[in-house]
Design a protein around this ligand. Structure first.
Ligand code: TRP
Length: 375
């Protein structure tokens, strides 16, 4: 049985079923066409390839953009540890959206959430991970004047009245139904969802949230209370999960280092990991592979190229065809991926270094940041 909640993702996920169960909508060709008509560049591969696959009211966001009302972006990260490449996906995609639409972006660092939810977490670790993760996030390259990055524990004073209003409008039975809280759940955790809802109220405009589908529970709560509070219902655009190295089930786990490629992994480690662990859709022997071909649909190396590392549709198509036909061997496919990951990571490391100096601007002194602290 597949489980998809903000704190647990496991099993074989049927995304169409999630759309039905969560009551979201699939992103179809008409909506893609509409996004495309407003965006400066060609559609992002994560949209073209249906990795961002589901939404709530994205059409309304585009209408507001078209009519000049505008909208804003909101996403976040729980600093539960160091980051792996899967963690960057919403940020890479959000950057693309900010570039296309030139809008404000709020990035919430939920140090409170991770402290409350992770049994072993102590505050010092959470603080260290927050600082570390912020550098990885800023390395993605947002607009410093239009982006505000904040840690809940620091910014809470400015959010508190709205957090209280949100909490007051959310009953325990609703929270239990939406999140599965139990009597054993600590009361901080039960309160926390009101903190994650509030950034959707940072502007009176419509809020668009790029996130993985497991975060949708929060927006259901938001959408019940937003209008009575004088705000708009939040819109969301949901992604699937990057499959873990070890196979197409679930998502990468922070507790198992071998299921993921970490942003700090060196070239040798990446090579070893991919060769050893990347689940293969290939055949057991070279002869068999040449004869029957491989299956890119379950092959993790191919999926990673498709989702993150090969933007060029023609090149990706050729890899897919050659793999299916047996012309391309698993080892060869893995080498393509290893090279892509390593060049990505070396560029990322440089950008991350430069991000140290930029933190101040994104968090405290940029145009949007200053406005938010003055509120
Ligand atoms: N709860 C998210 C996490 O654990 C962090 C987060 C906060 C978030 N606000 C968000 C994610 C908005 C997506 C969109 O990582």
């Amino acid at each position: 049985m597949a489980v998809v909640t903000p704190w647990e993702v496991s099993g074989e996920i049927n995304y169409q079923r999630l759309v039905r169960e969560f009551g979201t909508k699939e992103i179809g060709p008409a909506l893609l066409e509409k996004i495309s008509s407003f965006s400066k560049n060609k559609l992002h591969p994560m949209l073209r390839r249906n990795f961002f696959f589901s939404h709530r009211d994205l059409d309304l966001v585009l209408n507001d953009y078209q009519s000049g009302k505008g909208f804003f972006l909101y996403t976040g990260r729980g600093p539960s540890g160091k980051m792996h490449i899967g963690h960057l996906i919403p940020f890479i995609f959000t950057k693309w959206l900010q570039e296309q639409f030139d809008v404000n972006l709020y990035i919430q660092i939920t140090d409170d959430e991770k402290f409350l939810v992770k049994r072993q977490a102590n505050w010092n670790d959470v603080e260290a991970y927050s600082k570390d993760n912020i550098l990885d996030i800023l390395a993605i390259g947002f607009d410093p004047e239009k982006t505000f990055v904040f840690r809940d524990s620091e910014y809470i004073r400015h959010m508190y009245p709205l957090v209280l209003d949100t909490a007051k409008r959310t009953t325990f039975s609703t929270a239990k139904a939406v999140f599965g809280f139990k009597n054993e759940t600590n009361i901080g955790w039960i309160f926390y969802p009101s903190v994650q809802v509030v950034p959707t109220f940072f502007e009176k405009k419509r809020c668009l949230i790029p996130c993985a589908i497991d975060q949708d529970n929060y927006w259901r709560i938001q959408r019940d209370i937003a209008e009575p509070m004088g705000f708009k219902k939040a819109s969301a655009i949901h992604s699937k999960f990057l499959p873990p190295l070890t196979g197409p089930q679930g998502k990468m786990s922070a507790s198992d280092a071998d299921t993921a490629v970490w942003l700090t992994d060196d070239e040798k480690t990446v090579k070893k990991k991919i060769n050893k662990y990347a689940f293969s859709g290939g055949q057991a022997t070279v002869e068999e592979h040449r004869d029957k071909g491989g299956n890119p649909d379950v092959d993790v190396s191919f999926q990673w190229l498709k989702i993150l590392f090969e933007d060029d549709d023609k090149k990706l198509q050729k890899i897919e065809n050659d793999y299916r036909s047996g012309k391309l061997l698993t080892g060869e496919l893995k080498s393509i991926l290893i090279e892509k990951i390593n060049s990505f990571l070396s560029v990322h490391a440089k950008k991350r270094e430069k991000a140290e100096k930029k933190t101040e601007k994104f968090m405290y002194s940029g145009k949007l940041a200053e406005k938010m602290w003055a509120k």
